[in-house]
Design a binder for this molecule. Structure first.
Ligand SMILES: [Cu+2]
Length: 529
């Protein structure tokens, strides 16, 4: 994860159009956006920073909901083709992408708790792929273990030495062309997301566009007076950088994606772009009624985190009303002025645009940065409108308030990326990933206390497991840490988690969700026995 210094360095490089030492030409030569750097001195309030040129000219797209190809009593079946596509991410140029059904984001899957979803993925890309449904409680062989490759139908990938080596410790095996994944969805209503997880290449492949939303609904959610239909907006936030010709810039050492790794300049920070996209469009705008809206935020960036903030804030502040976390609704809503969203995390947020007069523009900003990446999108409050939704006082009466409290941890893990510029592999407890080694053997239906530390800081994701935050930085959790989670921003001072392993036995990974860190080895195995 980038230090604040790195973030400022990239932002400054982007807006000034200068190549800094160690920065590749890609960022400095990108087209289509500009912006002005505020004058010297302390960071100005966000509204003082001008929007990037070309921002807020394209309406926010909402990904299509995929239709099942067949449906019966308890199962919906889908087909997804992973294929190249072309998309207008910037307003004035077409960008080649890789997408589920050829789009970025891919199509959304909408389902209900307990409904079985069977997805047959067809790999029509020139590289091996792996599909992981992030946050899902799913059998190990359907979780998208990073070496459970779906090889392209053509080519010589089966004899590729890295593929062959990784295949030795696959969980669901290696297949060619097509794999069918089975998801029981036996978990509370929430926003999951599916994305590529190919061993050592999740960074470049997700960056090309392989990510999509997956919503689980349930009766409890239905019973609440929450915004629905057009007033519920999925927002997939992802930063990108572009070459002069409009192609995506990614610093892979091997553009064919056979040999892993990124240029040393990006090894420590991960891939940080200078353009923020929401639902596949750079800095979109969205016309809204003066009414309550539900924003389903996922940070699908490789490495950038965002401190979401409304500019201007509504009178009285607290404009971001958090109702859910990674894995479902909270016990009660929590009001925030800003929410830090690290890669992989989801936040379920209500915003009441009736607090603003019709004609107002409300910017979703990234607090603490300057330049283009301090901007995300803009809401234009168009008109007064009838509104039956409201912020419920209680969201989920049956959610236990806190996890176990212990003075010792069952396990400790340090996530370590080493000093900048050294090019050390990503490590957990000073070991890089080894598919054959089990780093944590845990009992089915158990809850353990895990202490996780980070150097310098890392967004940590556990597959299968669900956790609550017991403490952060040696103190109490942040208000935004409420609820059940699968991904968490771990600062240098660490976090203590109560982690529950339920649902399935088998081998799963846990890893840093800075994708360049994970690809560099910051990943480990947990086995539920
Ligand atoms: Cu990391």
């Amino acid at each position: 994860m980038a230090s604040r210094r790195d973030v400022l360095r990239w932002s400054a490089a982007a807006v000034l159009g200068v190549a800094l030492p160690g920065a590749t030409a890609g960022l400095a030569s990108r087209r289509g956006v500009g912006g002005t750097l505020p004058g010297a001195g302390p960071t100005p309030p966000p509204s003082a920073a001008a929007a990037p040129a070309g921002a807020y000219t394209v309406p926010l797209p909402v990904p299509e909901v995929l239709r099942p190809v067949s449906t019966d009593g308890d199962t919906d079946r889908y087909e997804i083709h992973q294929r190249p596509g072309v998309q207008r991410i910037l307003p004035d140029v077409e960008t080649p992408i890789w997408g589920y059904e050829g789009t970025f984001p891919g199509p959304t899957i909408e389902t209900r708790r307990g409904r079985r979803v069977v997805v047959t993925h067809h790999n029509e890309l020139p590289v091996p792929t792996v599909v992981h449904l992030h946050g899902a409680v799913v059998a190990a062989e359907h979780d998208g273990y990073p070496s459970d490759f779906v090889l392209p139908a053509g080519g010589d990938w089966a004899s590729d030495p890295m593929v062959a080596a990784d295949a030795a410790y696959a969980v669901g095996g290696v297949v060619t062309g097509t794999r069918t994944y089975v998801y029981p969805n036996d978990q509370r209503a929430t926003a999951l997301w599916y994305h590529d997880h190919r061993m050592s290449f999740s960074g470049p492949q997700q960056y090309r566009g392989l990510a999509g939303f997956w919503f689980i609904r349930d009766d409890l959610e239905d019973s609440l007076p929450l915004p629905r239909g057009e007033r519920e907006l999925p927002l997939m936030i992802a930063d990108r950088a572009f070459n002069e010709d409009g192609t995506l810039f990614y610093p892979a050492v091997d553009p064919q994606l056979r040999h892993p790794g990124v240029d040393l300049a990006y090894h420590h920070s991960g891939m940080l772009g200078d353009t923020v996209t929401v639902n596949g469009v750079a800095w979109p705008y969205c016309e809204v009624d003066a009414a309550l809206y539900r924003l389903r935020v996922v940070n699908a960036s490789n490495a950038r985190r965002y401190r979401l903030h409304l500019d201007p804030p509504p009178p009285g502040g607290g404009g971001l009303v958090q109702i859910g976390s990674d894995l479902g609704l909270l016990h009660r809503p929590v009001r925030h002025d800003d929410i830090l969203v690290s890669p992989g995390e989801r936040y379920d947020i209500l915003v009441d645009f009736s607090a603003y007069p019709p004609g107002a523009s409300v910017h979703l900003r990234n607090l603490g940065e300057i330049g283009p990446t301090s901007h995300l999108m803009r809401f234009d409050v168009a008109r007064r409108a009838r509104d039956d939704a409201r912020v419920p006082a209680l969201l989920d009466g049956d959610l236990p308030p806190a996890g176990p409290v212990r003075t010792f941890a069952d396990r400790t893990f340090s996530f370590f990326s080493g000093p900048e510029g050294t090019g050390l592999p990503g490590m957990i407890n000073f070991r890089e990933f080894d598919g054959a080694r089990i780093d944590a053997e845990v009992a089915l239906d158990s809850t353990e206390v895990w202490d996780i530390t980070a150097d310098p800081d890392h967004p940590v994701h556990l597959h299968l497991a669900h956790f609550r935050v017991i403490s952060r930085d040696g103190g109490p959790p942040l208000p935004q840490d409420a609820g059940l989670k699968d991904t968490i921003f771990v600062p240098q001072g660490g976090v203590r988690l109560a982690v529950t392993f339920a649902g399935y036995r088998g081998k799963y990974v846990f890893h840093c969700h800075n994708l360049e860190h994970a690809d560099a080895g910051m990943m480990a195995n947990l086995e539920v026995v």
